[in-house]
Ligand binder design. Structure first.
Ligand SMILES: Cc1cc2nc3c(=O)[nH]c(=O)nc-3n(C[C@H](O)[C@H](O)[C@H](O)COP(=O)(O)OP(=O)(O)OC[C@H]3O[C@@H](n4cnc5c(N)ncnc54)[C@H](O)[C@@H]3O)c2cc1C
Length: 458
């Protein structure tokens, strides 16, 4: 097996001749630039990189790697690296743009490098919206393959639940179009199994008839964390599925990139996306607005194209670790425990500690079954911290209320790949591992939340 260190320029040149895109080796002018991604905690150091220009390039590049037994990593935006690709071939999809909307069928078809803002804008022209997440900058494919927990999740479910077709180059270099009727195992596995089964070159999925919402953020001074968290917890069980919300404890550094009112202090940020009328939204938000002294209030009727303002996620690359745990419930004791771990008097290093309310459509199985679990979870807890050696104290400290499962899209840093099994129920993971054994027996696609191949009957 060639693990990559012996890859020499002639082999790269051979691949280069077959691609429309670019093949780069360490030391080449653009190599460092093309390697850059959003989360800088992971430093990939592949032996070579194929900056692919289309599906045919992907097929050539994967075939090249397969023939040499080279492991393959995939990067679009770098928002979700789970392990460093320190040898082998990195397929960089960022130049594979392209979003096509079918307004009659209410579907979108997107290429591998598409980012959510492109789909949001294209769909909005037809009064439609995708099931994107909090940041319009994340990649459509990486987000969706991990489930895709979005701003309208309680109303419409996980993004993966609405995928209708996956075009993918499997680790043997073959192209497939997997649907509910074709390559059904692959179709099930890819929707939830993340990047384990090959390179997705295009995705097709349903859009929803949403062009506006009542949403934004309520920002409270950190000293009111206990009152606000308990008020939010008391409020969530009764809100309609048209409303999806989250609460974050923000401990943001005193740097210029952060808005002055958030710098160097603890702030509680409640984020709301309500699909009903503004009037109803205002009424629903009343108890929260009264929960503590507001530092800022951005709740307003807005076009869906402004949905990125709800969470106001960072847009500049930063190095961070992200951890997660699904919670069965959030009772008073759980809220107090979280306050002790991350509230105003806690010695907490996390930049953000976030709770997202689940339930509604994310709690129900999709029409076409997929590998996204967590239908029984009530909240998703996640933390984001700068590089630090300390264990994930907040997430571990909430284990008593956890389902024991993690949401893989909220697990990012070089050391989170081996937690993949905790992203699934045992039966789901076993089936994923069996499909992996058929599709990728050599585990060439291992620089991800890796599902090690396990032949059936293992
Ligand atoms: C600011 C921010 C906000 C976020 N908000 C949400 C949210 O609201 N909801 C949510 O569910 N997640 C959210 N995420 C997590 C995000 O969805 C995941 O990290 C996702 O994996 C990012 O995909 P990417 O392609 O942008 O990143 P990359 O780091 O480029 O890719 C991550 C992984 O996705 C896989 N992948 C990407 N493209 C392909 C492809 N074409 N074929 C096969 N595999 C591929 C690979 O395994 C790759 O390692 C957020 C992340 C950030 C940083």
């Amino acid at each position: 097996m060639t693990t990559g260190k012996s890859i020499v320029r002639p082999a790269a040149e051979e691949l280069s001749e077959r691609l429309r895109g670019q093949v780069l080796l360490p030391g080449d002018d653009d190599f460092g630039l093309e390697l850059e991604g959003f989360n800088q905690i992971t430093e990939h150091s592949p032996d070579l990189m194929a900056v692919v220009a289309g599906a045919e390039d992907v097929r050539e590049a994967v075939g090249f790697a397969a023939a040499r037994g080279m492991p393959v990593a995939v990067q679009a935006t770098g928002h979700g690296p789970s392990t460093a690709a320190d040898c082998g071939l990195l397929i960089n999809t960022r130049r594979m743009r392209g979003v096509r909307i079918d307004p009659d069928a209410r579907t979108a078809r997107v290429a591998a490098g598409a980012q959510w803002f492109e789909v949001i804008e294209a769909a909005a022209e037809h009064g439609l919206a995708p099931l994107n997440g909090s940041s319009p900058l994340t990649g459509v494919i990486g987000y969706t393959l991990g489930g895709g927990l979005g701003l309208m999740a309680r109303r419409y479910g996980y993004a993966a639940d609405r995928v209708t077709a996956v075009e993918i180059v499997t680790p043997d270099g073959e192209s497939h179009r997997a649907t509910a009727d074709r390559d059904t195992d692959l179709f099930w596995a890819v929707r939830g199994g993340k990047g384990n089964f090959g390179v997705v070159t295009a995705l097709e999925f349903g859009l929803v008839p949403v062009s506006r919402l009542y949403g934004g953020g309520l920002y409270f001074a950190g000293e009111a964390a206990a009152e606000v968290m308990h008020a939010w917890r008391d409020w969530t069980p009764a809100v309609p599925e048209d409303l999806t919300s989250s609460l974050a404890l923000l401990r943001l550094p005193d740097v210029e990139a952060i808005p002055p009112f958030l710098r160097g202090r603890l702030t509680v940020h409640v984020r709301i996306a309500h699909l009903g009328s503004a009037e109803e939204g205002k009424k629903l938000a009343e108890p929260l607005r009264a929960a503590g002294p507001l530092v800022a209030d951005t709740l307003a009727d807005m076009p869906y194209t402004r949905c990125g303002e709800i969470h106001n996620d960072p847009t500049e690359p930063i190095p961070y670790s992200e951890r997660s745990m699904m919670l069965r419930e959030l009772d008073g004791a759980a809220t107090d425990a979280l306050l002790a771990l991350a509230g105003p008097s806690a010695d907490c290093i996390d930049l953000t500690v976030e709770l997202r309310q689940l339930g509604g459509a994310v709690g129900r199985p999709p029409e076409v079954p997929n590998a996204v679990d967590h239908r029984d979870a009530a909240f998703a807890l996640s933390t984001l911290s700068l590089p630090d050696d300390r264990p994930p104290l907040v997430v571990d400290g909430m284990a008593a209320w956890g389902t024991g499962r993690r949401y893989l899209n909220f697990l990012a840093s070089p050391d989170t790949a081996d937690l993949a099994e905790s992203g699934y129920e045992p039966a789901t993971f076993a089936r994923l591992a069996e499909i992996k054994a058929k599709v990728d027996p050599r585990n060439l696609f291992r620089f991800n939340h890796n599902i090690a191949p396990r032949p059936s009957g293992f």
